[in-house]
Design a protein around this ligand. Structure first.
Ligand code: GLU
Length: 446
């Protein structure tokens, strides 16, 4: 049996796109479901597009999602070792590629000129940039394992793409094929944008080897709002942005799992391990998935609810960069955990535990002062400051004074928290402590 080997091959040009995370995840799952190898390969041959620090950031973020690779390569390092040059030479010798000495009109054109038939193809130059000599009128095809169908081109539509630039750097087309062969990749999964490059790759594969990996092109992720392809101009697309907003990595990953893949049952909640186990390459969906943020919010809420308080405590502490006392976070969590969908929401719901709120008197209605005075009396008079006594004494005084329960607690809630929407108020009073609560009520009464 062949060892399954997949790769994630990002260019280090910035932050990780949600689609990139999905490609990495599915590639990881294809390999790991069969105990195979997952390879991380940094495709940095387009030196002008490299963003400083992007490789390290990428590695860190993949690790945060548990997508740990077995092998790591950087193309610019392989370039120094001559792997791509040797392949280009071989193609020229075979007559499948030629040297071109046209001066590129601009930097971009050097690697990406899209002239269908290049004027240098029969000039037999012996130096310059190397381009592929695409044969006329040949059918090239492959079976796409995502879409489960044959995709076909006629080479009359395939252009003489540059393979090696005159500076000795390979283009994506050459580097990707050489590496996928050298690294014995069995399954290539990549974004749909790369489909137009595939016929060029198919030709190069056939010239360099008698083996070719399986190929699949992931669907496009559409915005749930606009129905258009997610775009960084219109939508949040970077994984880092989602984490900064307080989505948990496990929840985001789980959400991404279902953007284009579905299990046989309707199960929705998967850890990475469970996903790998359940993964089936036949489960890819043909239609473009929609990114519904409400669904992500729901899923994140599910993960927050089932998190252990001890873990969540650290996550919230880190999220707010140590701005809130860790022990106090721990004490408030049982009261707020059911109610927040993102870590960021902790602040608006539980901020009053950490800092005395500014109370807007306009929030009160009716004779709130009467309510607060009675509550103050109960709090000060309590012999034992526990939930049972607090509940009982407050209810007794509500009855005794013929207050409306809802109005009474609303006044108390606003005075203590500055808000009409809070965690259960009596429990919150216990966490805050009697002295603090008394001070807050007195302040409002003044
Ligand atoms: N370097 C390409 C990218 O940035 C890789 C495409 C592929 O996987 O072949 O997405």
């Amino acid at each position: 049996m062949v060892q399954i080997r997949t790769r994630f091959a990002p260019s280090p040009t910035g932050f990780l796109h949600i689609g990139g995370l999905r490609t990495a995840l599915y590639s990881y799952a294809i390999a790991k479901h069969s105990n195979g190898d997952f390879i991380l390969r940094v495709e940095d041959t387009d030196q002008k597009r490299i963003v400083e620090g992007a490789t390290l950031a990428l590695q860190n973020i993949l690790k945060r999602f548990g997508l740990v690779w077995d092998e790591f390569y950087i193309q610019s390092e392989r370039q120094k070792k001559g792997f791509y040059k040797r392949a280009a030479d071989k193609l020229v010798q075979q007559g499948h590629a030629f040297y071109c000495q046209c001066k590129p009109k601009n930097a971009k054109e050097e690697g990406f000129s899209k002239q269908l038939r290049d004027s240098c193809r029969n000039k037999k130059f012996t130096s310059g940039a190397v381009k592929i000599k695409v044969p006329d009128n040949v059918a090239v095809s492959y079976f796409d394992f995502v879409h489960q169908k044959e995709i076909l081109w006629n080479t009359n539509d395939v252009y003489d793409a540059t393979l090696l630039k005159s500076d000795g750097f390979p283009t994506y087309h050459l580097a990707v094929v050489v590496d996928d062969l050298d690294m014995k990749i069995t399954h290539i999964l990549r974004g749909h944008d790369w489909l137009p490059s595939t016929p060029i790759h198919l030709l190069i594969f056939s010239y360099l080897s008698n083996r070719r990996p399986e190929i699949g092109h992931a669907t496009d992720i559409l915005s749930g709002e606009t129905g258009k392809k997610l775009s960084k101009r219109r939508d949040s697309v970077f994984v880092e942005e989602f984490l900064k907003e307080g989505y948990l990595p496990e929840a985001l990953l789980n959400f991404v799992m279902l953007l284009g893949w579905a299990p046989k049952d309707n199960r929705e909640i998967f850890s990475l391990e469970e996903f790998v186990e359940a993964f089936d390459i036949k489960g890819f969906q043909d239609a473009n998935p929609k990114f519904f943020i409400e669904k992500l919010d729901w899923m994140n809420g599910e993960y927050i609810r089932k998190s252990k308080v001890s873990n969540l405590k650290s996550q919230i502490f880190d999220f707010f960069e140590g701005g809130y006392d860790k022990d106090l976070i721990g004490k408030t969590l049982p009261l707020v955990k059911e109610r927040i969908k993102k870590l960021s929401e902790f602040e608006s719901l539980a901020g009053f535990f950490f800092e005395r709120p500014k109370v807007d008197l306009k929030l009160f209605s009716g004779d709130y002062k009467k309510h607060l005075k009675v509550a103050l009396g109960v709090l000060q008079g309590l012999n034992s400051f526990d939930l049972e006594s607090l509940n009982r004494k407050l209810m007794d005084s509500i009855k005794g004074n013929k207050f409306k329960t809802g109005d009474f607690f609303m006044a108390l809630r606003i005075a203590i928290t500055g808000s009409r929407f809070t965690p259960p108020i009596n429990e919150s009073i216990l966490v805050l402590g009697r002295d603090e609560v008394v001070k807050r009520i007195k302040k409002v009464l003044k």
